[in-house]
Structure formats: structure tokens, C-alpha cells
Design a protein around this ligand. Sequence first.
Ligand code: F3S
Length: 642
Amino acid sequence: MGLNLAQKIIKNHLVSGEMVAGSEISIKIDQTLTQDSTGTMAYLQFEAIGIPRVKTKKSVAYIDHNTLQAGFENADDHKYIQTVTSKHGVYFSKPGNGICHQVQLERFGVPGMTLLGSDSHTPTGGGIGMLAIGAGGLDVAVAMGGGPYYLTMPKVCKVELKGQLNPWSTAKDIILEVLRVMSVKGGVGKVVEYAGEGIKTLTVPERATITNMGAELGATTSIFPSDDVTLKFLKAQGREQDWVELLPDADAVYEEHIVIDLSTIEPMAAKPHSPDNVEKISSIGKIKVDQVAIGSCTNSSYMDMMKVAAILKGKTINPNVSLVIAPGSKQVLTMLAQNGALADMVAAGARILESACGPCIGMGQAPCSDAVSLRTFNRNFEGRSGTTSAKVYLVSPEVAAASALTGVLTDPRELGEAPKIEMPKEFVINDNLVIEPAPEGSNVEVVRGPNIKPFPLNKALSDKVEGKALIKVGDNITTDHIMPSNAKLLPFRSNVPYLAEFCLTPCDPEFPERAKANGGGFIIGGSNYGQGSSREHAALAPLQLGIKGVIAKSFARIHMANLINSGIIPMTFENEADYDTIDMNDELVIGNAIEQVKNADTIVVKNLTKNTQFNVKVTLSDRQVQMILAGGLLNYTKVNNG
Ligand code: F3S
């Protein structure tokens, strides 16, 4: 039986598990990327593993998210990331060099390789034929340390593109059509693999627009083959040597099959407030537009920008529209400056922003109240723009530029002939904002501003786990209760000791002090403990306070996994009535803990204060048992890859 693209790459990188959809597998990671908002924590975690140099083929740290510097915090993060990456063998892409996914595609991506990035739009790399997956910072830290990445073997959905796009219809419209068909949940547990004659008509940056927004399908990732089009792109980037052909077998099997006829695709928009709320521009009508924002990792390539410049050339934007444009990388910006396209944009009234995420992450350019904002970005959730009452429409650069001129949502076909922009034979290459790591990391001093604090690291499980029941909470405690997140605490995401001072304080303001005074202990929880978000800090803050185990009636799945990653034992009462027998400050002991965790799914806990004992269940996979014994995922990685 033939293999599809995803299966071929997975097979080449398989470390454990069977390639059967739905079962757990682990794969070797070739490349990693981080951006600054998740990167600081990822490098603190990598440091905690204690491995001197990264073990990937190439790891890159980008600064593209928090480039505004109102206070010292962002600048401190940047300095820390620059020095810690130099020490440990990671390339550093300075602020100004561009948005991580755009630059990764231009300068680092290699077809057939695996890429793990601490950003949800890492699948952009699928445009060049990589298996590119977004993950948490901890997973990326482990991958940099040489540990495999664990995932559920995905189903593979073939999206067959037939025919060719008409003028003014774009790659953005293709992915909007896929979103309309599959919905924002339609890709969960799947890789979306593009095939068919139509893909030959799409350049790598166009393919990358499609794989980028595959994240909005909830897909594990999306991927295109590596073919002549890919070779042409890599040649133009001076990286011909990185090309390998990668095609699915002729008899490849797919779990799902969708056919899209490109010739039927019209200019479209995702209406507020969901990327799958898609409708043709022609049927939405001419709504008044207040703001147009062009850029982001979805649509900021050279080709995108050149089309925008061609539409704006010699014209003036509507007086009621604010137009901002952020070219995706230094390479793109340089080329626009050299060929005069930048001047055309500026002359038309566009405001040029730094090559960074900018308004996409709400860094400046929040629209006015009740505004209609057209954005070439990938997400239009309520409030993401920074203005809750704004209505954000996701559109192609062509629709955005046309609408900026008219002041109303405009079908670009009304402008007449579409500009013809050729892919350059050679891109301008100047990597002087990519800093290579020091050849000898041991001499590099890592600079830590006041906001950079070491990551808490657990110890290997001791044979006697003992401590007080430090807090007893009821049912449905959320990760927001465990680790509150608000605008005041957000800048401290790299400062776990500070955050821990707020752990579980919505339930009991005295808890952090009590935990510290007792040198740690146990948390007693009700049903569905840890529900809500996947917030890693909801496990890190208890770890910082010395929590050794959580005994609850039941756990939310992701929080339980995060506890295990931190080496905190999640235990459920065998008999829920035992919850009532425990009071705060009772002394609890698990004797013979190593053997008990290794051998049994039932563990005996003694309550010394009440002179009673009760059974708890521990449901762990073999790998999770090893993680608990080692004292968490980072220690486990150290033991297995150090
Ligand atoms: Fe940046 Fe927005 Fe992409 S925040 S990485 S441009 S989704």
C-alpha cells in the first residue's frame, strides 16, 4: 500500500508507536522555531534540562511578537533570548528580520524535514513540504534537547485542487473555501494534504498562505508536495541544495477526500467572528470600511506586497480609511524599497509598519470602536484586534487594497485587469540580522534581567512522599483558579516564582504562604479538577510551591498531563467518599512510593492525623510512569538524552 506525504515523513522520523490513525506515536524533530512571547519560557525550560547544546539540525529563535518597548520587560526578554540561544547553539533572528513563519520559509525550511514550533501557525512550513507542527514551549524545549515529540497519529485528508484560479482569486480564497467546507473543527486529528493538478499553479508563498491558515481548521498540520515549484523557490532563495523531491505514492491512501475546483473560487471574506464564517465578497455587499491591515504570517510575502503596491500605485486611499501595511520580512521590505513598490504604497497613503506581527497580536493599530476592519490575517475572534466592538473581516491582500481605495468592501474584479506579478528569479539575500550561535557556548554569559527567573525543576520521586493537605477545594476548579491570568500578571510569564504567589488564591488567599511554610504537600480536589485552558503555568506554580501530588475525584485531561510533565502525581479517589475524610492540614504519606507508582494503578495513602488510610488510582502510560519517577518531563529528557 502506497504512502501519502505525511506518512512518508512520519515514517522517516518515527521513534515509537505504530502508524495507525488514533494511536500515540513519537517522532524525531529536525528543526525548531520559537517566537519571543513563548520563547522565553521555552529556553528557561531548555536550560533546566541541563543539556549544553541543542540536538536538532537547526533551531531558530525569532523576535517578532512583542517588539513594542513601553517598559524594560520585552527588551529584557530579547536580551535573554539572544544570549541563551548563542550559548546553546540556536540561531537568533533579531527584531526587524521578520515574522517567524515567513523567515523560516525563506531562509531555513527544508522539504521532508520535521519542524516543531512554539507558535500555532508553524504549519506554514508545510508550504515547502515540511511536516511542520505547532506545540507548547515545553515540547519545543524537549525537542531541542533531543527528545521525540509525542502526538496522535493523524488521519490524512486529501484536498484535491482541480483547474486554475481566475484573475483576482487568490490562495487566501482557497483556504477560506476549505474553511467554509470543513469548518474550524474539521481538521482536528488530521493532516490536510494538498494534491491535484491545481497545486502546480500555486507558488510556495501561496501554498504557505494555505498551510498557515490550516491552523484555523484545528488540523495537526497541512502540507504540499515538494516539486518543481518548490525547487524554483529554493533556487531563488539561493538554497537549491536544500531541495529534495517529495511526492505521495501513486497508490497512496487517504482517510478523507475533498475536491475543490479552483476555477469556481471567487474573492471571499471570513466575516466576524470566526475564520469559517465565509461568504463571497459579491454577496456580502459594500459595507463601509474603517481600517485595512495588510501583513501577518498569512499574507505578507513579496508577491502579496507587490500586488498591493500595484493596486495602490498612482492612487490615494479613501479619506475615511486607515491603511497599515507590514511586509513579512526584511527580505520583502528590502525588495519593495529597491524596486520602488514601497514608495507607491507610501504615496497612496499607507502607513508602513515594522516587519513583525504587530496588529495581528493586538500590538498597536486597534481599530476604533464599532469599526469594520479588513485584515489579511488568519484570525478574527472577537476582541483579538484590541477593540471588542470591532468587526474584523479576513480577506486577501487584493480585496484589502481595493477596499482601502474605495472605503467600502470591494470585489477587486471591479478594478479591471489584475496585476501580473512574476515570482522573482532571485530574492535579495542578506542574513545579517540572523546571528549565528557562538561556536563555543561555554564562554557565553546569559543576560537575565529582573523578570527572568529560573524555571522550577522537580526532583526524582522519593520513596516516601509526605506532606500536609494544604488546601481542600470543591468541584470544577479551573486553571484560572489555580493560576489566575490577567493583564497585570501576563508580563510575568517567565517569572514562575512571582506567579506562584497567586496560585489558587481565588480559592484561598493564604494558600501560597501555607505551602511555602510547610515545604510543599498535597492539594485535595473535587470533580473535574483543572478544567479550562491548557495553561502550563497551572502546573508550574504548584510545582514552585512544592506540591507533590494532587488527590481529586477526577481531573480535566490536559491539566492532568501538565501535572505529570511537572512530576506532580495526579491521583483520583478509588472511593469518592474518602474525600470527606480529609481535612486541611491532615498529614498524608505515601510509603514505598516508587514501587507503588511503578507496579500498581492503585496506591495506598495514609492519613497520619486521622490514623486512617485510603486508596487512590493513578492512570499513567508507561512513559508517564517514567516521567513521574524522573521528576517530570524535563528531568526525563535529561536522563534519556543528556
Ligand atoms: Fe504573528 Fe499573527 Fe502570525 S501573531 S505569528 S502574524 S498569527
